[in-house]
Design a protein around this ligand. Structure first.
Ligand SMILES: [Ca+2]
Length: 188
């Protein structure tokens, strides 16, 4: 009887210890039809959901779902999102973010592969250099997922993030989630 009770207690404690990391994942919704200056087909740039969580090995996982068909991370064709990260206490020389994740054409900068590839960059105004590679996948025709190591953003205790379909130049993004500011992700 006592032995059984100990096992139950231990299991409960383990569940409590594991809770903070596993619990901090989720999704935010974005309004359908709120794109600005989207190329056709607009629905591929229209964010309806975006989320955060964790992948194997403690890596960070972010994803976005569009109303229409999204692009292909390996070909660079179609709508492909950027992820913006704001780390409290860190100030990059560009005030809008501290890091961003963006796709790079083959043969450009750090990308020595034969396909397009995502990398983590510092938000610098002076030709930022890639910090770390990102595993970008397209689990469905509406979803892009980005997975990267937390060390790439300085392993912060928490950070803010925003997913966006960027427009050309300095124009506001075609669609962004959240619409303004950053969604908080607590790591520990
Ligand atoms: Ca939207």
């Amino acid at each position: 009887m006592l032995r059984k009770l100990v096992i139950v207690t231990t299991t409960t404690l383990l569940a409590l210890v594991a809770l903070p990391a596993s619990a901090d994942s989720g999704a935010i919704h974005d309004v359908r039809g709120d794109t600005v200056n989207a190329p056709a087909p607009k629905a591929g740039y229209d964010i309806v959901r975006a989320g955060w969580g964790h992948a194997k090995g403690g890596r960070l996982r972010h994803w976005v779902v569009a109303a229409g068909t999204v692009g292909h991370p390996r070909t660079g064709m179609g709508s492909l999102p950027d992820l913006y990260i704001n780390v409290p206490g860190q100030v990059a020389d560009n005030p809008t973010c501290d890091y961003f994740l963006q796709e790079v054409p083959p043969g450009v900068g750090a990308n020595t592969t034969s396909h397009w590839k995502y990398y983590v960059f510092p938000c610098s105004n002076n030709s930022p250099q890639a910090i770390a590679p990102v595993a970008a996948t397209r689990p469905t025709g509406h979803r892009i997922q980005l997975v990267f190591g937390r060390h790439a953003i300085g392993s912060p205790a928490h950070y803010g993030w925003a997913m966006a379909f960027p427009s050309d130049g300095d124009n506001p993004p075609i669609d962004r989630a959240p619409d303004a500011g950053f969604k908080r992700h607590v790591l520990h």
